[in-house]
Design a protein. Structure first.
Length: 311
């Protein structure tokens, strides 16, 4: 019993004193993202880990799979392990506030990437793609490809994700201005390729003559394109959002027509650089809220882009 009490006490002291040394004596950075099954999240985790190691840190990489409870556990582990900083692509704008606040209370700065939380002054930084600007780019290209007329459907992301809300708002800021474009179906596929395939099948049954599909991310765009091909409708215009390698390949093959590339690798690297500046100089030198512009990818410029970055 005495040993258990001593262990608990030691962990508490570790968190409260903000000790940042790993077992090898090197400082560590904890990198926590959604599942690496999605190449976007794997890209940002890989970029953050590579940059952290290049700067002399140990990097621990874990995934929460968009489960806020699992995210809380991983943040607790990072605190107990004395992480110097946490790079986090969070599991929900509201559900993640408490976890970020807990890390801050343990004197561990959290640098959010890709997704913001619904609170200011808790995270050291919130570095995200300019989803609204990107959505405007994607919608303008979609309208052009559609010839500014015809029926279309929209696949939405996860309702709890701020990015899903921002992207659909940006899409409709553009598309609602064209009287010849008519939205006939709108469903959430929760960022999932499998679910997008199923939802696209259902939407096709209800609206067999649709001319286009605009999707809130590339994973859903791939699911929609697969369903359209299976239904013998490969000519339907599909536009996505993310700039994933699979969609870049699809654009080269003439299937999906366009996407909006988020600079995931750049954002993740920026987060680590700012964490390093804060830890070594006392200031990151940047504002908390940071928005990085996206880029439109089409058949005419697709070869200029690599894995979530411009070559």
């Amino acid at each position: 019993m005495a040993r258990k009490v001593l262990l608990v006490f030691s962990l508490g002291v570790l968190a409260l004193t903000g000790c940042r040394q790993s077992g090898s004596g090197r400082k560590s950075i904890a990198i926590i993202t959604p599942s690496h099954d999605n190449p976007f999240f794997k890209s940002e985790a890989d970029a953050a880990a590579a940059r952290a190691r290049a700067l002399g840190y140990e990097a621990s990489v874990n995934t929460h799979n968009d489960d806020a409870h699992k995210q809380d556990e991983l943040v607790d582990v990072a605190i107990a392990n004395g992480a110097a900083a946490i790079i986090l692509d969070n599991a929900g704008a509201d559900a993640s506030v408490a976890a970020v606040a807990k890390a801050k209370g343990a004197n561990i700065p959290v640098f959010l990437i890709d997704r913001e939380i619904n609170a200011n002054g808790i995270a050291a930084a919130q570095i995200v793609s300019n989803n609204y600007q990107g959505a405007l780019l994607g919608a303008q290209e979609f309208a052009r490809l559609m010839g500014e007329k015809g029926t279309f459907v929209e696949l939405l992301g996860r309702e709890s994700d701020t990015n899903a809300q921002v992207r659909t708002s940006g899409f409709h800021e553009v598309l609602d201005k064209y009287p010849g474009l008519r939205l006939v179906g709108q469903q959430s596929a929760n960022w999932s390729q499998t679910e997008a395939f199923q939802k696209m099948e259902t939407l096709l049954q209800a609206h067999p003559d649709i001319k286009g599909v605009i999707a809130g991310n590339d994973t859903m765009a791939l699911g929609a394109a697969a369903a359209l091909k299976a239904a013998g409708r490969p000519e339907v215009i599909v536009v996505g959002f993310d700039g994933s390698p699979d969609v870049l390949a699809s654009i080269r093959a003439g299937s999906i027509k366009a996407t909006v590339l988020q600079p995931a690798a750049r954002i993740a690297t920026m987060a680590v650089d700012q964490a390093h500046a804060l830890l070594t100089k006392g200031s990151s030198g940047a504002a908390e809220k940071q928005s990085i512009d996206c880029e439109l990818v089409t058949a005419s410029n697709v070869d200029q882009f690599g894995v979530f970055t411009r070559k």
